[in-house]
Design a protein around this ligand. Structure first.
Ligand code: SAH
Ligand code: SF4
Ligand code: F3S
Length: 470
């Protein structure tokens, strides 16, 4: 860690130590335990950030609730990658305002990617002035300090930073699952795909030092974690910018060398930077899960160029087929976006062609959403709603056809599953995740949660299986 990062970590740790007595004072006045809730929108990075925010709230002494409705302190960790994420947040804020009218002491905070957008920050400050605390992704490490100020009675703490190179380590974390955990290996993004707001709201790419990552995973393992997911917007460029740092394939190897770790996943891999070395490391390490998320976005070389993705249709197909032949049984999933400016049915035909050739095991299909400040948003050749719907329907149908076909391949076979939770729909059943990321529901006791057990995949139900423990 850099000298200044070490100092900041110490400062925030001091604030964390002050929190219990500050909270106690408020609780004594109210004569009850105060509750808090962290509501998360967006990607795995936000989910991981929320675990850190919840860890700080819990170490202060708040009782954590799932729901925001009744909580004394509610923190919305926001996403702005598409417009519908924003709309969901504003819905929650409306409700929070109503419940604050009933309970004026309720504290409302907003953090994450949305307030990093200057326009959104202004709207939150002016139109939602009942919010007590706003901070962004760049100053998330200062949450203990902001919480101290709130508990000391300060309100309207609105702090956003334009950029940061800070990486603050070792703050408390409250993990959602005891047996699996995300691990940040890098923050930010340098790719500037022309539709995407992430580089603007998450800042420039910064990798953590490999020694810190390994230390964190060793700590997780000693507290019972069996599976880690290494997180970054483009894990393949891990280590860039740190002199002498190891590459992503080397990092993966070192993580696999930690004896007690049983499963390793990672997300996301940009196709332009996926090396033969990485393919080899996955192939040779059975701890690395047989799942690769490889976002295509579009199958049209023309559109890919306009998106600034740095690969062509043919390069993507060649890469995916090479991965399939080198690593038998690997599941390849993807993200596809339809309705990028100027897209025509001919471009969609190219996308369908890639889906047919690669046979994705699953895909998230998104409708292009204009993001303020991105180059694509100011183009005057936006696609009509009617065409977007037609594109979306044809891509979705094709994706589903191949996902079903791929899932059928494994029916009747037996695989290890990490049991994650009780099945929400069938009593006496649990849900496990296979190495290839698919889910299997099977009869089993909740004591199995957290263990890896062999399960026969009796019946494929489209995107999941019904199985039996062998
Ligand atoms: N870093 C990852 C993606 C992170 S965002 C990568 O490069 O693959 C997750 C997904 O959201 C993207 O893969 C893309 O399909 C989608 N997305 C990003 N910006 C979008 C926008 N403006 N409209 C619709 N979907 C978008
Ligand atoms: Fe967005 Fe592209 Fe960066 Fe992914 S690689 S976060 S899509 S800019
Ligand atoms: Fe959303 Fe921010 Fe992730 S915009 S997708 S939460 S990086």
């Amino acid at each position: 860690m850099k000298e200044s990062d070490i100092k900041e970590t110490q400062l925030q740790t001091e604030h964390i130590n002050e929190l219990p007595s500050l909270l106690n004072k408020v609780q004594n006045e109210k004569k009850r335990v105060l509750t808090a809730s962290v509501i998360t929108f967006g990607c795995q990075m936000n989910a991981r950030d929320s675990e850190k925010l919840a860890g700080i709230l819990s170490s202060a002494g708040f009782k954590l609730l799932e729901d925001d409705e009744d909580a004394d302190f509610v923190l919305y960790n926001t996403c702005t990658v598409r417009d519908n994420a924003n709309r969901k947040l504003y819905g929650h804020l409306g409700e929070a305002h109503a419940s604050k009218k009933k309970n004026p002491d309720k504290l409302v905070a907003v953090c994450g990617c949305l307030p990093q957008e200057p326009e959104a920050f202004e709207i939150l400050k002016k139109k939602y002035s009942f919010i007590d605390l706003i901070f962004g992704t760049h100053n998330i490490y200062a949450f203990p300090e902001y919480l101290c100020r709130l508990l000391s009675g300060e309100r309207h703490i609105y702090e956003i930073m334009d950029a940061t190179d800070r990486i603050v380590e070792d703050l408390p974390v409250l993990r959602k699952y005891p047996f699996k955990s995300g691990v940040n290996i890098m923050f930010g993004c340098n790719n500037f795909c022309t539709y995407c707001i992430v580089p603007y709201v998450r800042g420039r790419e910064r990798s953590r030092e490999s020694a810190d990552i390994i230390k964190e995973i060793e700590g997780l393992v000693s507290s019972g974690v069996k599976e880690v997911m290494l997180l970054g917007q483009n894990v393949n460029s891990y280590g860039n910018g740190i002199e002498g740092e190891i590459s992503f394939p080397e990092l993966l190897k070192r993580v696999c060398d930690i004896k007690e770790i049983e499963r390793v996943r990672f997300m996301t891999s940009h196709p332009k930077d996926l090396s033969d070395d990485l393919i080899k490391v996955i192939r040779d390490n059975t701890k690395i899960c047989r799942h690769l998320h490889l976002p295509l976005q579009s199958g049209s070389t023309r559109i890919l160029k306009e998106m600034n993705r740095h690969y062509s249709k043919e390069q993507f197909i060649d890469l995916a087929l090479k991965i399939r032949s080198e690593i038998p049984g690997i599941a390849i999933t993807t993200d596809i976006m339809v309705g990028f400016p100027s897209e025509t049915m001919a471009d969609i035909e190219d996308t369908l062609d890639v889906i047919r050739k690669v046979e994705f095991d699953n895909a998230f299909t998104f409708i292009y959403s204009k993001r303020m400040g991105t180059p694509a948003a100011v183009r005057d050749d936006q696609v009509s709603e009617e065409n977007v719907k037609m594109y979306f329907d044809s891509v979705l149908a094709c994706v589903q056809e191949y996902a079903k076909k791929r899932a059928l391949v494994w029916q009747g076979k037996t695989f290890d599953a990490l049991v994650e939770e009780e099945d929400s729909s069938t009593k006496g059943y649990v849900t496990g995740r296979l190495s290839n990321n698919m889910l299997v529901h099977f009869a089993g006791d909740k004591d199995l949660i957290g263990s890896i057990v062999p399960v026969k995949l009796d019946e494929c139900r489209g995107f999941y299986y019904i199985g039996s423990k062998v």
